[in-house]
Design a binder for this molecule. Structure first.
Ligand code: IDP
Length: 150
């Protein structure tokens, strides 16, 4: 049989965003979701979650052994995170560009980290958001944070 139109549609690009505990604590979740939506991306899933050690070990596996790894995991467990799946063409690099540079001091004005973040003198850069850095990371991270999302 011929493939149906639906089955030949490419799966829309998705990324995993986390509003980190500093963002949730400071009441910036709405502002961050607003920036994702006004850019034109679609919110597919939004859920407040308490991260577990196992989840963070998997999420940040590439950073294991680095000096900021312990403080990073501790920080990510210091309060709830808002886990978000955003969708749209180019959303993976697009959200990274909305987020700005990792260090909020260096992040350009106009970006989430540049407008809303600063250096708080802690061991870990409290930079408000996480965004997947590649299609492979996005698939892995979405499965990790939203195991039931089809
Ligand atoms: P990204 O979040 O911009 O992709 P990554 O290099 O993947 O940055 O690092 C993950 C997180 O670890 C960062 O968002 C930041 O919170 C923290 N981090 C990264 N590099 C450093 C560092 O050199 N010192 C302290 N914290 C860091």
């Amino acid at each position: 049989t011929l493939p149906t139109e639906a089955s030949t549609q490419p799966v829309a690009e998705r990324t995993l965003v986390l509003v980190k505990p500093d963002g949730v604590r400071r009441g910036l979740s709405g502002e961050i979701l607003r920036r994702i939506e006004t850019k034109g991306y679609t919110l597919r899933a939004v859920e407040l979650k308490n991260a577990t050690t196992e989840q963070l070990a998997a999420h940040y596996a590439e950073h294991e052994g680095k000096p900021f790894y312990g403080p990073l995991v501790e920080f990510m467990m210091s309060g709830p995170v808002l886990a978000v799946v955003a969708e749209g063409e180019g959303v993976i690099p697009g959200f990274r560009s909305l987020a700005g540079a990792t260090n909020p001091t260096d992040a350009a004005p106009g970006t989430i980290r540049g407008d809303l973040g600063r250096d708080w003198g802690t061991k870990v850069q409290q930079n408000l958001v996480h965004g997947s850095d590649s299609p492979e990371s996005a698939a892995r991270e979405i499965a990790l944070w939203f195991p039931t999302l089809g």
